[in-house]
Design a protein around this ligand. Structure first.
Ligand code: M6R
Length: 606
């Protein structure tokens, strides 16, 4: 879960390294560092904490050079301090690494016995030692790197510089993403697309097992020792502005406000409103082929998966199981070649979701990935991919990716419902019409964001919150609670409203506000009873209800109304006030909204 960058060209590399690291800071921000080649020798500047600390350290000891690498860290092995910050240098070899070297302890022991001295507590340092060891034994750099790769186990995205080789940068990939870019006179490498966007839209996605050598603008790639390979560049549609804050105080707020566009782009040309059909470029559902559907994901994407169950079961009448990646992978699931596994992931890199995918594939299941990041591991390893067109999501708290995932799941449920012949006629027309209206309704809803700000201020100092919902809005309650806890550090719990009497109602008093997602449905009355039960125990209720609801205003202490839509489409609207509520609460508290403590955007370790 770290970000790496590298540059090899004719300009001073520090501006590229620092701007690339800035855009990768979402991957970790425990420490940062750069290494720059100058006069045949690699020089290091690295510090604990965020990039501002690195900038300051660099200001005090500036370095110029045209070849360099950089790293922003989410600590896995070794505490986040200056020593453990990357890059790591041993002998002539300097390395930055994203991933985990699982067998680093054994390798360290062997090297220690041979007199190697280790300075950090990281797993990464072993790479520099192994490469140096092979160089010492007379190998050329490329050979030394292949020899190192032959000895390590685990995951890596690596960039390496070697003293005495002033115009070459090497990199290698296995399990962690690594993308190469090329523009006139220069080449670069990064863990993710946004780091390269200001320089090029043509990007090469390295495959697991690849090693690449960058000499100025020249890139050579090998898939195994002595096995050169060509990886054609792909054109990225994202533009650099999409990865900037664009005048918003935080990326999260910008991304919340981008949802009308990202939902519209995701629905895009897949929905044929005139013929009431849905098609995908890379997937077509054949009902007789599958007995069951498994939806697997983590975090916010898991809550989207829970919504997917309601959607697919309602529209296609197919049985759906939902699991978190971390549970699925270890529970020996009963999945066979007659099943369809759908993984959902913004990053396409989440370790547990990836492991679930590999497990399902090993049992013969067909794998469909719903992914935001082009060319990511889940996209590459799935049999079929449907991309969410949310654009780059930088805020660690997922917002626009969630609504885009739910939009894909709505499209998929319609597509499957048509295929199973369980959705047709007026029912089909109603859901299609509602889907067409959705982006405009999100816009209307966002225009009232100030109301949520006022409500958030009223409750900002509450020590804890309960979020409740029923049916398809129950996962929305879970998502609202997750958003609040991850960015405001306030305890929040999501619960199905119908379960309150089985325990949580004991918590209710005037100190515990309850956010009730209570939009119109066939069980609105049940939801109203649950709200009444909270009220009669002096609980405070903030209700999210449907425009035109005349009842809710008289029961709830605070009310926010969302436009009326098809009941199955409500999550795309009801989640937005909850995202805003979490955002404004965190803003009042002054937390680090885009980079909350202890978190990273892509969870590439289990
Ligand atoms: O990239 P993914 O969608 O696979 O990520 C899954 C979770 O790590 C992610 O949704 C996480 O829960 C977010 N921080 C939630 O806002």
């Amino acid at each position: 879960m770290c970000g790496i960058v590298g540059y090899n060209g004719s300009s001073n590399c520090f501006p590229f390294l620092i701007s690339g690291l800035k855009s990768l800071e979402y991957r970790g921000y425990d420490s940062a560092g750069v290494a720059i080649l100058r006069d045949d020798v690699v020089h290091l500047v690295k510090t604990q904490g965020k990039l501002d600390n690195l900038r300051e350290a660099f200001r005090q000891a500036p370095l110029e050079g045209v070849v360099g690498i950089g790293h922003t860290r989410w600590a896995t092995h070794g505490e986040p301090n200056d020593i453990n910050a990357h890059p790591h240098k041993f002998g002539r070899v300097t390395v930055v690494h994203n991933g985990i070297i699982e067998n680093y302890r054994e390798l360290k022991e062997t090297l220690r016995d041979r007199g190697h001295h280790f300075t950090s507590g990281t797993d990464t340092e072993i790479i520099a030692h192994l490469v140096e060891d092979a160089l010492e034994a007379g190998s050329a750099p490329l050979e030394a790197i292949w020899s190192t790769i032959g000895q390590i186990r685990g995951t890596w995205g690596i960039a390496i510089l070697i003293d005495g080789y002033p115009s070459t940068l090497w990199c290698a990939k296995n399990g962690s993403p690594l993308i190469l870019g090329q523009s006139p006179g220069e080449s670069m490498v990064a863990s993710d697309i946004p780091a390269l966007l200001a320089y090029t839209r043509e990007m090469i996605f390295l495959e697991d097992g690849d090693v690449a050598q960058l000499d100025g603008p020249d890139i050579r790639i090998w898939s195994a020792p002595q096995t050169p390979v060509t990886r054609p560049p792909q054109t990225i549609q994202w533009n650099p502005i999409m990865a900037e804050k664009g005048g918003y105080k935080h990326f999260m707020l910008k991304e919340i406000f981008e949802q009308p566009r990202s939902v519209a782009d995701t629905i895009g040309e897949r929905l044929h409103a005139d013929t009431h059909t849905v098609t995908f470029d890379d997937f077509s559902f054949v009902p007789d082929r599958f007995d069951r559907i498994f939806l697997v994901a983590c975090g916010t994407s898991y809550y989207a998966a829970l919504i997917g169950k309601y959607l697919i079961e309602a529209m296609a009448r197919m049985p759906v199981e939902v699991d978190m990646g971390s549970e699925f992978r270890y529970r020996d699931p009963l999945i066979t070649e007659r099943d369809l596994l759908i993984t959902i992931s913004q990053s396409g890199e989440t370790a547990d979701t990836l492991a679930a995918l590999s497990l399902a594939k090993s049992r013969g299941a067909t794998a469909l990935g719903i992914v935001n990041v082009l060319g990511s591991a889940i996209a590459r390893k799935s049999d079929h991919t449907i991309y969410t067109h949310a654009g780059p999501e930088i805020g660690v708290a997922s917002t626009k990716a969630f609504s885009a995932q739910v939009s894909v799941l709505i499209l998929l449920a319609i597509h499957m419902g048509i295929a199973t012949q369980r959705l047709s006629g007026q029912d089909l027309a109603d859901v299609v019409d509602a889907l067409v209206r959705l982006p405009k309704q999100i816009n209307e809803l966002l225009a009232q964001s100030a109301q949520i700000n006022v409500i958030a201020r009223r409750y900002a100092h509450s020590p804890a919150f309960l979020f409740i919902g029923r049916g398809i809005n129950y996962p929305v309650a879970l998502e609202g609670a997750l958003k609040l806890k991850e960015i405001s550090y306030v305890h929040a719990e999501g619960y199905p409203a119908g379960e309150m009497k089985h325990g949580p109602i004991a918590l209710i008093d005037e100190e515990l506000p309850v956010l009730a997602v209570a939009t119109e449905s066939n069980i609105t009355e049940k939801m109203i009873s649950n709200i009444e039960e909270v009220k009669s125990r002096r609980g405070k209720v903030i209700a999210i209800a449907t425009q035109g609801d005349v009842h809710m205003g008289s029961i709830a202490d605070d009310l926010f109304l969302v436009p009326r839509t098809h009941p199955l489409l409500q999550p795309v609207l009801t989640v937005i006030p909850l995202q805003l509520f979490a955002y404004y609460t965190a803003d009042i508290k002054g937390t680090d909204i885009d980079q909350p403590r202890n978190l990273a955007k892509s969870v590439t370790v289990e």
